[in-house]
Design a protein around this ligand. Structure first.
Ligand SMILES: Nc1ncnc2c1ncn2[C@@H]1O[C@H](COP(=O)(O)OP(=O)(O)O)[C@@H](O)[C@H]1O
Ligand SMILES: [Mg+2]
Length: 234
């Protein structure tokens, strides 16, 4: 691996994504090339339908491009088979969504542990780490609660802890505070940004909240399946 590859967290080369509906092809991503350095935190903004979530899903390896190359931490994920990709995703990417996608039948602690259980890590170590993370997000006392017994802000704290349990190099967040009131949103933003900076993770965050976007040092603007700037980041 070359030095420059090693310093690049995300590299997309001419990524296209098309959907075919009723025999009509819709070009959602129309040739995106970008490089994001390791440790960068970037906001992705743009109008509804611009392709922000699609881009995030492709970078998070939840979805595959129709064509083009996606390198995450220097690994060409476009070449991985589904099983290898699942394992890669579990270990390397943390996800935070607007709807937190917590499992309602499980406690906060169990939800945070889930990626570690999927990775078959030793249970004791996963419990210890999950408790540390729940304390770090301010939920040290409430780890036995199920999502339905927690407020929206608390649920999002659990989702943040879950995204971090595998110490992934990359966090992708899609409108992570979009469902919260303004005051709670600001608290959760501070928490997330501080944790990401402390652990030197790379983060890509989709948001329509311009004030939140401005808190991140790098801005990516999407327009109709393309980057509004030419997408080369330094
Ligand atoms: N699975 C899908 N099938 C068909 N069209 C889709 C699918 N996912 C997204 N799209 C279309 O792609 C476009 C971009 O969607 P999306 O990435 O969700 O935009 P954004 O997050 O910027 O609002 C939209 O026109 C949407 O309808
Ligand atoms: Mg979206």
């Amino acid at each position: 691996m070359t030095e420059s590859t090693n310093q690049t967290a995300i590299e997309l080369i001419n990524v296209h994504k098309d959907y075919t509906m009723d025999l009509t092809r819709i070009a959602v991503l129309r040739g995106i090339s970008l490089k994001i350095p390791r440790g960068a935190t970037a906001a992705v903004t743009g109008k509804s339908g611009a392709g922000k979530s699609t881009l995030l899903h492709i970078i998070g390896t939840l979805d595959r491009p129709s064509s083009g190359t996606v390198l995450i931490g220097g690994s060409d994920v476009s070449m991985m088979n589904d099983a290898t990709l699942s394992q890669f995703r579990n270990r390397s990417v943390g996800f935070i969504f607007q709807m937190n996608n917590l499992l309602p039948e499980f406690t906060a602690l169990e939800n945070v542990m889930m990626p570690g259980i999927i990775a078959r890590l030793p249970r004791g170590a996963v419990i210890t780490r999950a408790k540390e993370l729940l304390a770090a997000v301010g939920l040290g006392e409430r780890y036995k609660h199920k999502p339905g017994e927690l407020s929206g802000g608390e649920q999002q704290r659990v989702a943040i802890a879950r995204a971090m349990i595998m110490s992934p190099s990359l966090i992708v967040a899609d409108e992570p505070t979009g469902n919260l009131d303004r005051k709670t949103s600001l608290v959760i933003q501070d928490l997330l940004l501080n944790l990401v900076r402390e652990s030197r993770m790379t983060m890509l965050m989709v948001t329509h909240d311009i004030e939140l976007a401005k808190r991140l040092p790098t801005q990516i603007v999407m327009e109709d399946g393309l980057l509004a700037l030419d997408g080369v980041l330094h």
